[in-house]
Design a binder for this molecule. Structure first.
Ligand SMILES: Cc1cc2nc3c(=O)[nH]c(=O)nc-3n(C[C@H](O)[C@H](O)[C@H](O)COP(=O)(O)OP(=O)(O)OC[C@H]3O[C@@H](n4cnc5c(N)ncnc54)[C@H](O)[C@@H]3O)c2cc1C
Length: 440
């Protein structure tokens, strides 16, 4: 696809927060691995990468083989090495955590070492299978859709990806914090995945508007939908349309893809206590905004964002106001100047006479993303449970030929979950197409 991003986009000011290993560091770290028989790290990885095997290969100098072991389970092994919250996945389950003396094996950094070398050498490990004559539509070009498309091509099915945006990669391109991975790295990965050949890509196509999901189901032998989540949810309070009030995911996408226009901002407030809120806080600080405050309804101990990420945000200068509920915005000349809030007690009830204004010239709302369930849920046999589309383990929805995966199915997890679900849906689609001839 070779999409060109502007060199002066906001995200380029961010440094890589986990520098890459040198050869010597990688081999030393690989040699610390105990190669556990019942390796808990494998179970902790949603894609089930054979972690001890790839680490053993690094230790013995077979870096190409290590990369192949990773990609066999996870075609997004390069980005997952950077963006996975390894602290709560593979590294968090490393048996070294049970001992006091030694830190856990840095599995993410070893994975990055092997996959980066494979990319640098232009290695390709997979080719499309013999043509089956079957056609599958993939809606959404994020990690779930791309992982599904890649695996379907390995089976020999013709695949067309329909993507609403101009860029592929989903939130890996537009949402992930730039100190973990910049957008151009995600696009490099997209090109690497598409290099299997024969995946048709149609960008700028909003499935639902045109074509409809029903049309795709009629035209193709099967359809996989991996459209993720919708836009940021609003607070629905007075003044939310003032200039300077925006959704955190929109802010992050703008910072990652376009030149920064936030240079003059003095005080940003981020509303929310999840991982998107913490990312937005750290990104606002990284862009040079002098004062960044997180405003959350609960307490520090009850926030849903990862504790290790919040700790890092505090080190970088983040402040927080706990147990606050926004009730409106203050503005002048159409621009936001502050956010009105009340204090909440431990039962999250407003405290009487506690309304006050927190000064802000940028407010980022990070209270969750809306869901894009309607079109999919309207189909016969498909069930939504409010937050997500209900499907079996392989993503089958109950509607003939229709599969889902990623955030749409799991309600919002991580890139690695989306990749696993896209891959597994492709296996299920292949099984159906092989046995039934048409759809599910
Ligand atoms: C701010 C933020 C930071 C995150 N950081 C991390 C992180 O550090 N590590 C991590 O592992 N996970 C992170 N996540 C979560 C992770 O990005 C998602 O779980 C993952 O991207 C989900 O993949 P997906 O393919 O299901 O959806 P998405 O990545 O959202 O991709 C869906 C794609 O479908 C397209 N689409 C939507 N509607 C249509 C339509 N009607 N027609 C055609 N195309 C459509 C979208 O444009 C998009 O490209 C983060 C999420 C957010 C919001």
């Amino acid at each position: 696809m070779a999409t060109q991003l502007p060199d002066n986009r906001g995200e380029v000011v961010f440094e890589d927060f986990k520098p890459a290993y040198t050869d010597a560091q990688a081999v030393t770290e690989a040699n610390r691995c105990l190669y556990c028989l019942d390796a808990p790290c494998i179970d902790a990885c949603p894609t089930g990468i054979d972690i001890p095997t790839f680490i053993r290969k690094i230790a013995t100098g077979n870096v190409r083989g290590a990369a192949k072991t990773i990609f066999d389970s996870n075609i997004f092994g390069m980005s997952c090495a950077r963006v996975c919250p390894v602290e709560v996945l593979c590294v968090g389950d490393c048996v070294y955590n049970r001992f006091d003396e030694s830190p856990p094996i840095q599995i993410g950094k070893l994975q990055r070492y092997a996959t980066d070398i494979a990319y640098a050498k232009g290695e390709q490990f997979y080719e499309a299978g013999p043509d089956t004559g079957k056609r599958v539509a993939v809606v959404g070009g994020g990690p779930a859709g791309l992982a599904c498309a890649h695996r379907l091509r390995r089976f020999g099915h013709a695949v067309t990806i329909f993507e609403k945006r101009d860029v592929l990669g989903g939130l890996n391109t537009t949402g992930v914090a730039p100190y973990k991975m910049r957008a151009d790295k995600s696009l490099e990965e997209v090109d690497w995945v598409l290099a299997i050949g024969g995946i048709e890509v149609k960008t700028g196509v909003d499935v639902g508007a045109s074509p409809s999901l029903g049309e795709l189901l009629a035209d193709y032998d099967a359809v996989f939908v991996g459209i993720g989540l919708g836009p940021d949810s609003p607070l629905v309070v007075d003044g939310e349309t003032l200039d300077g009030v925006m959704g955190a995911v929109d802010f992050i996408e703008e910072m990652k893809l376009q030149p920064s226009r936030f240079g003059g901002v003095r005080h940003a407030v981020v509303v929310g206590g999840g991982n998107t809120a913490i990312d937005a806080v750290r990104e606002a600080l990284g862009l040079g905004i002098p004062e960044v405050t997180m405003l959350y309804r609960g307490t520090e101990g009850g926030m849903p964002g990862y504790a290790h990420e919040w700790k890092a945000a505090k080190v970088e200068g983040a402040r927080a106001l706990w147990q606050r509920q926004p009730v409106g915005f203050e503005g002048a000349d159409g621009k936001v100047t502050g956010i009105r809030c009340v204090r909440l007690d431990d039962r999250k009830q407003p405290v009487a006479d506690s309304e006050h204004v927190v000064h802000a010239d940028l407010v980022l709302i990070a209270i969750g993303q809306s869901r894009l369930l309607d079109q999919v849920a309207a189909l016969e046999g498909v069930r939504a449970d409010g937050r997500r589309i209900v499907a079996d383990e392989a993503g089958f929805t109950g509607h003939p030929g229709l599969y889902v995966g990623g955030d749409l199915k799991n309600g919002a997890k991580e890139v690695v979950n989306a990749v696993a679900e896209g891959r597994d849906a492709a296996v299920a689609i292949d099984a159906h197409l092989s046995t039934s001839g048409q759809g599910a």
